[in-house]
Design a protein around this ligand. Structure first.
Ligand SMILES: C[S@@+](CC[C@H](N)C(=O)[O-])C[C@H]1O[C@@H](n2cnc3c(N)ncnc32)[C@H](O)[C@@H]1O
Length: 215
């Protein structure tokens, strides 16, 4: 994404941006006044978390984005369109999730149209790589879920094997998710474009394996 100067400048003024997320480690539910905590990793310009937080006003949403410009645009959108205090934004890299969230703290992790990193030598950067999955497993609550959507068949295939080989159980699965109506799940910016073009959306939902639930 090209640098958007106003968005980068905007970040420091945002009321939804959490500047020191490590200070909320273990206390996100109290802070966002919710029983169910969602974390969207790689939120882009923020539509998904914003509109999901409107659809589920009882739940708490934390959107995470590492790109300065995209994060600034999400911040402005949150400030302008969301009056509630159940939505927060972190500007940072998913590698640091364990510094910001405690074990068992997150109920739903959303991976929406994550960068596919097609070259094998960059596989470790994929957000469904085993290194990330090990982190998510610790942070997820006992019955917590990871919900993943993508347009990319290769990333989908890769991810399914990573989840299966790293202690997750498949809960739900589709190779054409938007064939049916899903009013309970809003479209992301990328998803809107793919749906408009008639491309299928792949989706899978995972839980921790039973023996891992005892953690
Ligand atoms: C392809 S875009 C999808 C954006 C949005 N989720 C959507 O569906 O419209 C992927 C986003 O994930 C972000 N991202 C990739 N790796 C990340 C990481 N390790 N930590 C935080 N954000 C990341 C990128 O900066 C980019 O904005």
């Amino acid at each position: 994404m090209r640098k958007v100067k106003w968005a980068v400048d905007y970040l420091s003024n945002s009321s939804h941006l959490i500047e020191s997320p490590e200070t909320l480690k273990g206390q996100w539910k109290e802070f966002l006044q919710c029983d169910t905590l969602h974390v969207e990793i790689g939120c882009g310009k923020g539509n998904y978390s914003l509109f999901m937080s409107m659809l589920y006003p009882q739940d708490g949403f934390v959107a995470l984005e590492k790109n300065d410009s995209a994060c600034g645009m999400a911040a402005k959108k949150f400030d302008e369109q969301s009056q509630d205090n159940h939505l927060a934004l972190i500007h940072g890299d998913a590698c640091d999730l364990s510094n910001w969230f405690a074990d068992n703290e997150i109920d739903i992790i959303h991976l929406n149209f994550s960068d596919p990193w097609p070259k094998k030598r960059y596989a470790k950067r994929r957000l469904s790589n085993e290194k990330f999955l090990a982190q998510y497993k610790n942070l997820l609550s006992k019955d917590g879920q990871i919900q993943m959507k993508t347009d990319n068949a290769s990333l989908f295939e890769y991810s399914i094997l990573e989840f299966l080989n790293n202690g997750f159980v498949l809960v739900d699965f589709s190779v054409d998710y938007r064939r049916d109506e899903h009013k309970e799940d809003v479209l992301t910016e990328y998803e809107e474009k793919f749906v408009e073009k008639g491309q299928p959306i792949y989706r899978c939902v995972w839980k921790k394996k039973y023996e891992d639930n005892t953690k």
